[in-house]
Design a protein around this ligand. Structure first.
Ligand SMILES: Nc1ncnc2c1ncn2[C@@H]1O[C@H](COP(=O)(O)OP(=O)(O)OP(=O)(O)O)[C@@H](O)[C@H]1O
Ligand SMILES: [Mg+2]
Length: 380
């Protein structure tokens, strides 16, 4: 029997719960011709949210396009892939004819496809005239919107990767300068390196400052996750008490993917009714499944960062107080501030009201188990 819990992939439909408010904000903003900047730590559901919204919009007067920057290693490759996706999403024969007449530095060559798709266009780009070609590519969405009479909605996933290109500032300035005149295009730019995304969009010195509405995706509330979990167990003729489902959510700190992953691990060994001891064996499996990855993460931390995490997990609130500095041998308060900044940058921790918390609930269990040697399996 297939597991009802999905992880490690984009989820839609019944596998995607709630996010009604975010959905309606993102959707109405994009449909009104404005732009969205969507930010969250990894695995909170950005790609899934956008895919779901695009699914609802399809077959309307809007054309949706998703460009993924995950694999783009250079400016040219990104721009080429951007142009290909924008053009291909809109393609039909009359459209291509019109575009061939307008385009100068992007050259489509037509050939018969091997399948049943008729003619296909292969694009080549004139990189000898780099500046003009970039301009032409960045202008494409609005040009297509006018030519096809369809408002274009363009999502760019892992947008922060743009910072790895040769001249990130120059490219961003050019993008902003051109895109701000695009009246028939909405851009939805999102990414999971929160610190970098915030730098790109919320610093008043950056090219994309105030470009669009910033939506910070949060964890999912238990009032949605608990019924979601119960329903999924029920669907496969297994049953879980509400109290136990709530414990799962609390253990995984409402983290969308870890709740699904932990449920999956419990589900695989569950018989008809889930027992508390199955949470224990699920947690053991979670530690086994993640230990190699977490050891890698741990190895990247320096000594002060490790000690700061220890202090956070021991519940210390005054991390720069004399007491904490001495108890955890942290050196100076400047050391602690530096370590906190680095941990925040890499999305290990986030500030919740007065306290810091670890973002990844499974890493927290692993750290407690391996480094602090707490008995994490003490589950009644
Ligand atoms: N609304 C939701 N309901 C249930 N599960 C969810 C939801 N959103 C996300 N998830 C879980 O989180 C996982 C990751 O989702 P997704 O890939 O959309 O996140 P992401 O933020 O785009 O991740 P990344 O930062 O790696 O790009 C999914 O496989 C699923 O397990
Ligand atoms: Mg994603």
């Amino acid at each position: 029997m297939e597991s009802p819990f999905l992880f490690g992939q984009v989820v839609t439909g019944d596998d995607f719960t709630n996010r009604q408010i975010e959905k309606s904000t993102v959707k109405s903003t994009l449909l009104s011709g404005n732009h969205i900047i969507l930010i969250s730590p990894r695995r909170y559901g950005k790609s899934s949210l956008i895919k779901g919204i695009f699914h609802e919009i399809q077959n309307t007067k809007y054309q949706t396009i998703t460009v993924d920057l995950t694999a783009s290693r250079s400016e040219n490759l990104f721009l080429e892939s951007f142009a290909r996706q924008v053009l291909n999403a809109n393609s039909n024969k009359t459209f291509w004819k019109k575009m061939s007449r307008i385009l100068k530095n992007i050259v489509p060559t037509f050939s018969m496809s091997s399948g049943d798709f008729g003619e296909v266009a292969t694009l080549s780009f004139n990189w000898q005239e780099k500046k003009r070609t970039i301009e032409e590519i960045l202008e494409l969405p609005n040009l297509i919107a006018k030519t096809s009479n369809k408002h274009q909605i363009i999502a760019i996933d892992e947008f922060q990767n743009i910072e790895k290109f040769e001249d990130p500032q120059g490219l961003q300035l050019q993008m902003r300068a051109i895109w701000q005149h695009h009246t028939n295009v909405s851009y939805c730019l999102y990414g999971s390196k929160r610190h970098m995304m915030e730098q790109i969009f919320t610093r008043d010195s950056s090219a994309f400052y105030n470009f669009g509405q910033v939506v910070q995706l949060q964890k999912i509330h238990e009032k949605y996750l608990v019924p979601f979990i119960s329903k999924k167990f029920n669907l496969t003729k297994k049953h879980i008490d509400e109290g136990l489902a709530l414990r799962i959510v609390k253990m995984m700190r409402n983290h969308p993917e870890y709740v699904q992953f932990f449920c999956h691990l419990i589900w695989t060994s569950a018989t008809r009714k889930i027992q508390p001891k199955q949470l224990k064996s699920g947690l053991k499996k979670l530690m086994e499944a993640t230990s190699v990855h977490f050891l890698d993460l741990y190895d990247k931390l320096n000594n002060t960062q490790v000690k700061v995490i220890k202090a956070i997990l021991k519940g210390e609130q005054q991390l720069t107080s004399q007491y904490t500095l001495q108890t955890y041998q942290l050196g100076t308060s400047a050391n602690v501030v530096k370590a906190l900044e680095a941990l925040r940058k890499e999305d290990f921790i986030e500030k919740k009201q007065k306290n810091y918390e670890l973002i990844n609930p499974a890493f927290e269990f692993w750290f407690r188990f391996k480094i602090l040697q707490d008995d994490i399996f003490e589950i009644e």
